[in-house]
Design a binder for this molecule. Structure first.
Ligand code: MLC
Ligand code: AMP
Length: 514
């Protein structure tokens, strides 16, 4: 049934007046709801004209634009599987994703066509299109030849809608398979939970290749028939300036930190705003409190991940259906969302009582179907009774609020992007003259946390920290590059010979805080 298609649910929420503005870019371009409907129909017809097998992946690495969002919606509409890729990824990273996902269609920026198409054709992809952030490229050229009428492809609730790649502590990235039902159930829950209402306007300033910008923000606005003010890149001054016309903002903590550095942020700047939402990384209590003092608004912090979309949220308001409390508490991520079961699990495979710290496990209609072509990995990450092991460590306090205290996965979250030390260490260890390395996350005033590399050279070899960073920069997405590198004589180890990363973290904890 097409009603299982997430696109159909989003389309059904479009306002009756299709000529009203759905998206307005910060440059002043306006797209009506009719524009969204017609353009996604044309793109969906183009995709369907390719006669792709069911479940085909459409891999997309393009700069943020309204047309890029339309391509996402068109992929859903056509019944294919959307696979977004961070624009910072370089060729080795893209080669892995394309090789692993075997997309039938790849869409890239016109400037990257040369190298991306080479990788794609080598991996067996039949169709490579381009899409620029200025409405150029072969995708739109081709789509204009197709009809602007399209019936959403019928699909089952557990058909795949998207694959999001996310790394593990060991091994290569895994593709989290999200279904139409996963995404739709989450969107419907959040619409209610966050009190979305008629007249809401969202400022969209996040990238659209991750859960936060692609699902939480876009679905949130569309399923409420709400206009978006669309910013291709986050600029704190511009966001503050446009708040006068908006009601809802979503951001990773770094965006809040950067806005707080702007003198124009005050109570008058936010007078039409209803809700500020933060997530993807821990929001420092200092940021939470300063925001309250400067704007009079209490940031609502929520918690989620690629495999599950949103899991918990602080309350929007007193609503007995959801939570006994209406207070948004800094330092917590709120309550499990309706339909989500969350438990804190101890080492002895038992649910822990209130206040005790353990591994967070979850179950719900939003929890993904598994990792793409990795059944063993999938099995490892689920308990026998069907709970997903998030890899986050936390507790539920006496009032029922969930508090994240750390991670059992060796992961750095930098400005809302995940960086896996094992991946960076792997690259450093391959470099000539390097014996071993350890990458750890340390506190950073802007990005929350950043990577620092500590390297030991092989006997007799000389390695330069700058050369290591330069070599990493040539190969990896820029946000993954450690902000500092130290070459040392030895790494701290425990009696088993394992590197004690906690000691390295302690040693470098004030590196960026002075
Ligand atoms: C940019 N840089 C970063 C970085 N972003 N370094 C570390 N961490 C980051 N996140 C570095 C670049 O490498 C570059 O360094 C320099 O900063 C300038 O790059 P830029 O691209 O111009 O940066 P900027 O535009 O300022 O980007 C910062 C940012 C961006 C905070 C706006 O990182 C961002 O949009 N973050 C949001 C990520 C997000 O949406 N996460 C949601 C994941 S979903 P150099 O040395 O090369 O100059 C998820 C689930 C959930 O986690 O719960 O939501
Ligand atoms: P990703 O794999 O990019 O989806 O990142 C998901 C991870 O981000 C989670 O497993 C958490 O570790 C982290 N995360 C998301 N939201 C929050 C939050 N509000 N507080 C702390 N960590 C968070």
């Amino acid at each position: 049934m097409s009603s299982n298609n997430l696109f159909s649910a989003l389309r059904a929420a479009f306002p009756a007046d299709l000529t009203s503005v759905a998206v307005e870019t910060d440059e002043g371009l306006r797209y009506s709801w009719q524009d969204l409907d017609r353009a996604t129909a044309m793109m969906a017809n183009l995709l369907q004209s390719l006669d792709l097998p069911a479940g085909s992946r459409v891999a997309v690495q393009v700069e943020k634009s309204v047309e890029a969002m339309m391509l996402y919606l068109a992929t859903l509409r056509a019944g294919h599987v959307f696979l977004p890729l961070n624009t910072a990824y370089q060729s080795a990273e893209i080669e892995y994703f394309i090789g692993n996902a075997e997309p039938a269609v790849v869409v890239c920026s016109p400037t990257n066509f040369g190298w991306v198409s080479k990788i794609a054709f080598k991996a067996g992809t039949q169709h490579v299109f381009t899409l620029g952030d200025d409405r150029t490229g072969s995708l739109l050229d081709r789509a204009t030849h197709h009809s602007d009428q399209h019936t959403p492809a019928p699909c089952q609730a557990d058909d795949l809608a998207a694959i999001l790649y996310t790394s593990g502590t060991t091994g290569r990235s895994k593709g989290a398979m999200l279904t139409h039902e996963n995404l739709l159930s989450n969107a419907v829950t959040l619409k209610d939970y966050w009190g979305w209402k008629k007249g809401d306007v969202l400022i969209h300033a996040l990238p659209i290749f991750h859960v936060h910008g692609l699902f939480v923000a876009i679905h949130g606005a569309l399923i409420n028939g709400s206009k978006m003010i669309w910013m291709a890149k986050f600029d704190p001054k511009r966001v503050i300036a446009r708040m006068q016309e908006a009601t809802v903002f979503m951001g990773v903590p770094t965006l809040y930190v950067r806005m707080l550095a702007e003198p124009t942020l005050d109570k008058s700047a936010v007078k039409t705003m209803r809700l500020f939402i933060a997530g993807s990384a821990p929001l420092l209590i200092e940021t939470f409190t300063e925001w309250q003092q400067r704007t009079g608004h209490t940031i609502l912090e929520r918690y989620g991940m690629s495999e599950t979309a949103m899991l918990t949220s602080n309350p929007y308001a007193a609503d007995k259906r959801y939570a006994k409390q209406s207070e948004r508490r800094g330092g917590t991520v709120g309550f499990p969302l309706p339909g989500v079961s969350l438990r804190v699990w101890g080492d002895d495979a038992q649910a822990l009582p209130v206040g005790e710290i353990g591994g967070i496990q979850v179950q719900g209609p939003n929890v993904f179907k598994g990792y793409w072509r990795m059944p063993e990995k999938t099995a490892e990450e689920f308990t026998a009774d069907g709970f997903f092991k998030t890899g986050d460590v936390g507790k539920v306090d006496e009032r029922g609020y969930v508090v994240i205290v750390g991670r059992s996965k060796d992961l750095i979250i930098s400005g809302g992007y995940n960086v896996y030390p094992a991946e960076i260490e792997g690259y450093i260890n391959e470099m000539p003259g390097v014996a071993e390395s350890a990458v750890v996350g340390v506190a950073h005033p802007d990005f929350g946390e950043v990577g620092v590399a500590v390297v030991i050279a092989k006997p007799g070899a000389t390695v330069q920290p700058e050369a290591i960073l330069a070599e990493l920069k040539a190969k990896l997405a820029n946000f993954k590059i450690p902000k500092r590198c130290f070459v040392v004589a030895e790494l701290p180890r425990n009696t088993m010979g394992k590197v004690q990363k906690n000691l390295l973290r302690e040693q470098h904890k004030n590196l960026f805080l002075a």
